[in-house]
Design a protein around this ligand. Structure first.
Ligand code: G3P
Length: 212
């Protein structure tokens, strides 16, 4: 399973670069950095060797396509994040014919993911945390997408997004999703277990009894 980091923060990306397989950003994450968007994307591509998702902000297909072509020109690893709308799917269809990779974002249902795959999306991003927040089950949606993609042999990879805690990562892995994109704070939690800390303390205490 691949792990991406869900951030536009260069320090966080640099720190975790040894572990991660890619990066996802969105307009909210970019806005926090108070720096020009294209400059951030270029810098990330210089740090990480995997896919780097950069999102368009146009809402019409021609606007999305022209923003996508410009972003894709920054670096070969740039993947264009396109929102799951009818206009977005027209853009994905054109971009996929041009060989530009896309990540269909703001996906909240399996039928949306089916359409994204049919349009040639390289990646699809179900937002599990936001589905849970709205009283649904994000992981049930992921499970449906996994089954649909398996039924028809779609090559679209599932990025489990809007991850809030390690259990989301665990469940994504159990379902066989190809990728989880994980915020920095959750990524750090993946290393931890209280019994690991207790175990280290005990070993170090016992080690003091070893004659020197
Ligand atoms: O990058 C998209 C997604 O991961 C956003 O997550 O926490 O804003 O719902 P969140």
């Amino acid at each position: 399973m691949k792990i991406f980091i869900d951030t536009a923060n260069i320090d966080q990306i640099r720190e975790m670069a040894w572990l991660i397989d890619g990066v996802t950003t969105n307009p909210t994450l970019v806005a926090r950095e108070k720096r020009p968007f294209e400059e951030i994307v270029r810098e990330i591509c210089g740090i990480v060797s995997g896919p780097v998702s950069a999102e368009v902000t146009a809402l019409d297909a021609p606007g999305m396509i022209s923003q996508a072509r410009a972003l894709a020109g920054i670096h070969e690893n740039v993947v264009i994040k396109i929102p799951m709308t009818e206009a977005g799917m027209r853009a994905v269809t054109t971009l996929s014919q041009e060989g530009i990779r896309t990540n269909v974002t703001l996906v909240f249902s399996a039928p949306q993911a089916l359409i994204a795959a049919k349009c040639g999306a390289s990646f699809v991003s179900p937002f599990v945390g936001r589905i849970d927040d709205a009283g649904g089950s994000g992981m049930e949606v992921v499970s449906e997408i996994v089954e649909i993609y398996r039924n028809y042999g779609f090559a679209t990879e599932i990025i489990v997004a809007s991850v809030r805690h390690p259990r989301h990562v665990l469940e994504a892995a159990l379902l066989g999703a190809e990728i989880a994109t994980v915020p920095y704070a959750v990524l750090k939690k993946l290393f931890n277990h209280p019994l690991t800390d207790v175990g280290i303390d005990r070993f170090l205490k016992d080690w003091e009894q070893v004659p020197k």
